[in-house]
Design a protein around this ligand. Sequence first.
Ligand SMILES: CC(C)(COP(=O)(O)OP(=O)(O)OC[C@H]1O[C@@H](n2cnc3c(N)ncnc32)[C@H](O)[C@@H]1OP(=O)(O)O)[C@@H](O)C(=O)NCCC(=O)NCCS
Length: 312
Amino acid sequence: MNVNEQVKLRAMTSADIAEVADLIYVSTNYWYEAQGKGAIFRGGPEATEWVCKIYEDLDPGRCVVAENTRNGRLMGSCFYHPRPTHVSLGIMNVHPNYFGYGVAGRLLKFITDFSEAEGKPTRLVSSAHNLDSFSLYTRAGFIPRAAYQDMFLKVPETGLDLSVPGLDRVRPAVAADVDAMTELEAEVAGIRRPDDYRYFIENKDRIWHVSVHETSAGEIDGFLVSVAHPGSNMLGPGIMRSEEQTLPLILSELNQHKGRCPVFLVPVDNEPLVQTLYRWGARNCEIHFCQVRGDFRPFQGISMPTFAPETG
Ligand SMILES: CC(C)(COP(=O)(O)OP(=O)(O)OC[C@H]1O[C@@H](n2cnc3c(N)ncnc32)[C@H](O)[C@@H]1OP(=O)(O)O)[C@@H](O)C(=O)NCCC(=O)NCCS
């Protein structure tokens, strides 16, 4: 098959959403099942339609699809998110019928060309277990800059009855916190994305929750978002100066998910954080890398990334 002759890259339209949701569902589940792991999405492609919806809310028209010109079907799709400081790359998927034919490489080049034209680095989070995507990105010039362990913790119906210093400094975020959250992320991670935080706090779909941690002087020194939806139950994104804010924020957000089992990504090199989470009962399910193509400044604190919206 000569894919280069058959592929046409174009922007996703609203008429494509159901097919893109199918593509994400079948491609991701196929990959996990081929590794002997269970399907990661369950309950049908409605679960992945959610991803298309939040990405369209946040960045309308920012999904590039690879259409097969022979039959009009979609061979692959990838979302991307232009932000003031960078472009982040969202969910990348190729239909299993076309694995290994260079479709992802074409989609990726479209996005890195876009970032270069904007003069910005491209950032993403990719699985350390997935050599296909690891190779795709590192061949294209991405560099793994930080490693995270994906942990999960079953929260009892009655909540986690744990105590940790700083819990009394955590409160729900309000719209007026967005500027301080943005400045904190700029200091800790060198990136800015205020509109994402406005969207989470506004919470029109009633699936997000955001907590902030304050110093005794009332300054925000950490925040953590979480989401509960059939397509994703995760904590993140989060930004904190150290584990001192991270642990009370994680405990507060876990207790927003009573009876559920959220996943969260924590930096592998923060030993006090990781050991405390083990003591709380957290277990590992995967490893991810923050990968950046272009300028990168090492984190000056803790960043907890997530997959939707992708943050890097
Ligand atoms: C990951 C995925 C998107 C790759 O799509 P694809 O269209 O098969 O990828 P491509 O054919 O463009 O190949 C990517 C590159 O990786 C290279 N590659 C693959 N395996 C490699 C390996 N083990 N070592 C070195 N390079 C490797 C290929 O040679 C190719 O590079 P080239 O074009 O310079 O030769 C696809 O497997 C997929 O959709 N998987 C399921 C969902 C998923 O994991 N998404 C990624 C989430 S971050």
